[in-house]
Design a protein around this ligand. Sequence first.
Ligand code: GN1
Ligand code: MG
Length: 366
Amino acid sequence: MDKIFQQICDIYQLNGRLKSVTRLKRGHINDTFRVDLDVDGKEKSYLFQKVNVFVFKNPELIVKNVREVTAHMRRKLDALGVPDAKRMVLKLYDHDGEGLYFAENGDCWRVLSFVYDATTYDEFNCELLVAIGRGFGTFLAMLSDFPCGDLYETIPRFHDTKKRFEDFFKAYAEDAVGRAADIKAEAEYIESVFCYADRFAEMYRRGEIPLRVTHNDTKGNNIMIDVSTGAPLAVIDLDTVMPGFAMHDFGDAVRYAANTAAEDETDLSKVSLDLERYSALAEGFIPPMLGKLSDIEIRNMPWGVILMTLENAVRFLTDYLQGDVYFKIAYPTHNLDRGRCQLALAKDALLKLENMEIITENYLKN
Ligand code: GN1
Ligand code: MG
């Protein structure tokens, strides 16, 4: 076993004998490992994560945000006397007052609590989607009184959709690795929907919608689910918790989990937005936030779906044009396939805008 894992155990003073390390297939950015220790004959597990410092240029900021946000949630759950609080909020471990450990080769590591008897899913039925929606909606609700301005922007302009489009146009024009010719049709389509990109930012500037503490990466596999009850437990992957719009969190959850195909499906005839799954996510997500969300935010949830899907499409295609420097890929055209799939989903979501609006209207106050 790689000696780094033993080193991390020593640094963080995790008592016990290192038994096994399993790499988890989780996320396109960081590397995550489950580490099992033997503590006096009992197994204890942790998550070790190697933080991608190309993506998170300033990983200390993540630590600050995660510490404050999780402390806030823990205080709330403790005050309510919630018995399972440990499984509902991740814990970030410290060594000598530091959250991160920089190895000799420059790799940046952190240690997180392991959520027992829980798992994440990449395939979804409606019951699971209600739970996932509820988990993310409750996360937002618990943080709704956290002062937004106290959070650092861990990735500047992360959901600035207009900027994401502009970055795509730039990468397309520069054509650094000679791939622009592969996506001529996609680029034309992206040009045609650019007019939507700044919708939320404009609404914000007009004072119509607020910034909230949001998760910003609400993929269905970023929440732990209790394996026996199916209840949502801890929301994970807290690196992008920053000020944002509620519609982004709802929209990204739908983008990922209400697609009838995988995020990187190459048979585009399989890709579509499943309205029943949309409805299940709304049923989970919106009620914990009722009374907090304004009608205009609720009305704009369908636009969250469209914009997050377009944004991910342009991000994947930008990465393809730049030679796959950002997202992990499994094969050379992976980002191209992801981008095409997301565009197909966005087209279907645009066709179903009205259907989504009708479903979402059920939650309006007035
Ligand atoms: C990345 O790490 P992961 O896989 O949860 C990305 C998200 C994208 C998502 C697309 C920090 O999330 O923004 O929506 O891939 N995270 C970052 O699957 O860029
Ligand atoms: Mg992530």
